[in-house]
Each structure stands twice: as structure tokens, then as C-alpha cells.
Design a protein around this ligand. Structure first.
Ligand SMILES: [Zn+2]
Ligand SMILES: [Zn+2]
Length: 256
């Protein structure tokens, strides 16, 4: 019998930083655990199919605050374990019944191309709802004790999308703004022009490492510049708008 991949895969980046990945779902979602001297930040909480807190607990050196790069199901699945969570003001209504997709559709995403745990019943899956302990706008710094994480408002994929920038280590956590695969800025709550502005914002940072929300973890920091340049070209050609199509660039693409 073939041994199954464990639900969560943990990779260590440095003595204080871990990647928690879910490779049994095609989206290959990554969450990031950042230990400071005083507390721990969990950037994204994953799919919510299995209990991420069991993996987080032995790694976290302090009380855990969760923050999602944006309020999509695959980034907030474990939020129910973290009553201390932050969210961007532009997506608060998505945490209070205002998310535009019905739960049946989201449950379809959950089981799509997924090696589900045995006996898993998707009809119990819920889209997380709650009230954050802190509302973010972008421009804040989250202090973890010896580690400062800057909040960047980077809309485009979602109106309250955030990247997190740790200048001290040159780490940029990019969520769904940057990853290798199909980037999406075609549905109504996306904004292709804002997407380009957000890429301009992160391209200006001296990032040493990019940590994406999905797929390949081995991204060259220059990828953020290449994506910015391609979107600049689309903009100059008058193609950076909804309904314009899908543009393929080697191993990544953007659907507008
Ligand atoms: Zn998303
Ligand atoms: Zn995502």
C-alpha cells in the first residue's frame, strides 16, 4: 500500500519561521508561522479541512495571532482556532455574511482535486465568520518581539488583500498577489489596475525571499519585477481590464 502524504507538511525557513503546506489539495496552499520573542504570527490559516492548530501548537513559542492575506476560503480555513485575528477593513463584510459566493460553490472548491481524509464530510464545511480583534488598513507594523512585520495593502486579487514585509530578514509574504500558477483578477471583486499598483508597491521593496500563498516555494525575488513588467505591458496595450482574457508567461499566467 502506498503511504499517504500527511495532510500538513512543515518546512523550516530559519530558527523562527516555518511554512505549513497542504499538498493534498491541488491549490497547494501555504501558511507561515513567524515566532517572535513575545508572540507568534500565523499568516493565513489554510483550507480548514484538517485542524491546523495541532501543527501550529508545538511550533509556536508564544500566543498566536492569525492574519489572512485576504478573506478567501482557502486562507481562513483555520481561523476558528484563533479568536485573536486581524483583518483588513475592506473585507470585514465578507466575515459578516457578505461574501458573494454561496457555500455550495465553496464546498465544491474544497473537494475539487483533493485527496480528502477518510470519512470527510464536506457538508459540514463552513466559510469562517467572525469579528477581528484588530482592523488593518495597511501601513501598520505588527510587533512580535524582535521581529517587526509591516502590513501592506495590496488589492487587486481581493479588495483587502495584504502582503506582509519583514525588512529585517528581507522576507515578503505575497499571498495570492504573487505565485507560480494561474493568478486571478477576473471575478467582480478583483481589480486588474489595483493589481498592477500592488505589484509596483512590492517591486520597490528590497525583498530577498518571496513566500507565496500557493504552489512552488522556490521563487526568485525577481519574479515580482517580471510580473510587474508584464502587467505594465498589458496596461500600455489597453488590455489590463476585466474580460480581457488569460495571458500566459511561461509557468505563470494571469486571468483578467
Ligand atoms: Zn484568493
Ligand atoms: Zn488563494
Amino acid at each position: 500500500m502506498q503511504a499517504q502524504t500527511p495532510w500538513f507538511t512543515v518546512d523550516q525557513v530559519d530558527p523562527d519561521t516555518y511554512i505549513i503546506s497542504e499538498y493534498r489539495h491541488w491549490e497547494e496552499t501555504h501558511c507561515y508561522l513567524l515566532n517572535g520573542k513575545d508572540r507568534t504570527l500565523l499568516i493565513d490559516t489554510g483550507l480548514g479541512i484538517c485542524d491546523i492548530s495541532r501543527v501550529v501548537e508545538p511550533l509556536a513559542r508564544g500566543p498566536v495571532t492569525a492574519v489572512a492575506t485576504h478573506i478567501h476560503w482557502d486562507h481562513i480555513g483555520g481561523h476558528r482556532h484563533y479568536p485573536d485575528f486581524y483583518a483588513h477593513e475592506a473585507e470585514l463584510d465578507w466575515l459578516q455574511g457578505g461574501f458573494p459566493q454561496p457555500i455550495q460553490l465553496i464546498r465544491g472548491y474544497v473537494v475539487d482535486r483533493c485527496q480528502l481524509p477518510q470519512g470527510y464530510d464536506v457538508s459540514n464545511y463552513e466559510f469562517f465568520q467572525g469579528t477581528p480583534t484588530r482592523v488593518l488598513q495597511g501601513g501598520e507594523t505588527i510587533h512580535l518581539g524582535g521581529r517587526d512585520i509591516q502590513v501592506l495593502h495590496t488589492p487587486g486579487h481581493a479588495p483587502g488583500h495584504m502582503c506582509f514585509w519583514e525588512e529585517g530578514r528581507g522576507y515578503l509574504f505575497t499571498g495570492d498577489l504573487i505565485y507560480r500558477g494561474l493568478l486571478t483578477a477576473w471575478f467582480p471583486s478583483t481589480d486588474p489596475q489595483a493589481y498592477l499598483n500592488s505589484l509596483e508597491q512590492v517591486a520597490a521593496l528590497p525583498a530577498q525571499r518571496l513566500f507565496p500563498g500557493h504552489h512552488d516555494l522556490d521563487l526568485p525575488p525577481e519574479l515580482r519585477l517580471q510580473m510587474r513588467d508584464r502587467l505594465r505591458e498589458l496596461n500600455q496595450a489597453g488590455k489590463l481590464h476585466h474580460g480581457s482574457g488569460t495571458y500566459q508567461y511561461g509557468d505563470w499566467a494571469i486571468q483578467l
